[in-house]
Design a protein around this ligand. Structure first.
Ligand code: 5GP
Ligand code: ZN
Length: 116
């Protein structure tokens, strides 16, 4: 655990979150500032800075994050109309929390992938 990492502190139970799904190695909780009717973040419990580092270090765990994201989408009723799965990465990617997380977004048309 990284003591100064917000999402490690959520994993540790030090900061409250609305948890929607948990597996041995992953956690899914609602985004505090939802950008869509459904907005859930899926993380590995272990700290990795971004998706590239996670995929390089532990591809199996990267797969578990994707599997949890899919299970969340199903549980939230998003499979019929679809959803968006997003990993903001680094400064140009707009990443603000440097503990890798997948955004599961859905519940309404989300518009173009990138606003111009
Ligand atoms: P990023 O910009 O790094 O891809 O996404 C970080 C996300 O974390 C943002 O969507 C933001 O709303 C969310 N977030 C920031 N602080 C908290 C928090 O304390 N709790 C929860 N549940 N989400 C947070
Ligand atoms: Zn962390």
């Amino acid at each position: 655990m990284e003591t100064d990492c917000l999402f490690c502190r959520i994993v540790a139970g030090e900061i409250p979150a609305t948890i929607v799904r948990e597996t041995e190695r992953t956690l899914a909780f609602r985004d505090i500032y939802p950008k869509a009717p459904t907005h859930v973040l899926v993380i590995p419990k272990e700290h990795y800075g971004d998706v590239a580092v996670l995929a390089e270090s532990d591809p199996g765990l990267a797969g578990e994050v994707l599997a949890t994201a899919g299970a969340v989408a199903e549980a939230e009723g998003l499979l019929g109309d679809g959803f968006r799965l997003m990993f903001n990465t680094g400064v140009n990617g707009g990443q603000e929390v440097f503990h890798v997380h997948a955004h599961v977004l859905g519940g309404a048309p989300l518009g173009p992938m990138i606003a111009r």
